[in-house]
Design a protein around this ligand. Sequence first.
Ligand code: AP5
Length: 215
Amino acid sequence: MVVIMVGPPGVGKGTQGVLLAEAMNSRHIATGDLLRAARRDGIELGRKAQEFMDRGELVPDQLIVDLVREVVQKMDRDAGVVLDGFPRTVSQAEALGGVLSELDRKVDVVVVLEAEDDVLVKRLGGRRSCGQCDMIYNVHFNPPKQDGICDRCGGVLTLRPDDDPATVRRRLEVYRRETAPLVRYFNDAEASVCRIEADQSVAEVQRAIWDSVSE
Ligand code: AP5
């Protein structure tokens, strides 16, 4: 199954994408995580992406499409995948459709997570991420056992550079302009689109997603 997670920054795509992929025994591919890993590893893609990410803008479509194509083409044909944060523009969605059809596959479900801006801003202000393993915490809702330290790998937890209030506002604008139109795109393409109220506990959102995906 190919599942796409769509939603504004902070709505819980990463949190739920990991849980869904575990439940489906599928691969979780988050383009934001891939780009941050490329930056950490000092590879060319990360260097090119950095200035866009720091400004809260989208990385150019071609860089992202090439990255995802490479990962998807290497996957086993029958392997399930949860795509988190990709596609983010109609042009990326069209490119994904092309890559999948070459592999005789298609998008099976589009999960759209929704919440009000004040919820997103609070979540992003409280998010702390592990610089080593990308595990996500929240000082308000899901704190680590030891302040500032990752429960899983002992790495140091930091605020993501693009989670400062001005960059969050910019990311929300970019989402509305570039990414929100995807919901209509997938509806028009008669994909199975599930809209989920994400202003609920992690467990409630997880259950709602599972009910929709397994219908
Ligand atoms: P990316 O890393 O994908 O960031 P994003 O889309 O802005 O989403 P976030 O990671 O901020 O939030 P999320 O929805 O995953 O929420 P999370 O689960 O962490 O992309 C970063 C940048 O990379 C982009 O700005 C762009 O520059 C570039 N990029 C990436 N993909 C691209 C693409 N396809 N094209 C072009 N550019 C691309 O949760 C947030 C917080 O809330 C956490 O602390 C979490 O613990 C907490 N939380 C989650 N769920 C709940 C809940 N139900 N209740 C309470 N707290 C919760």
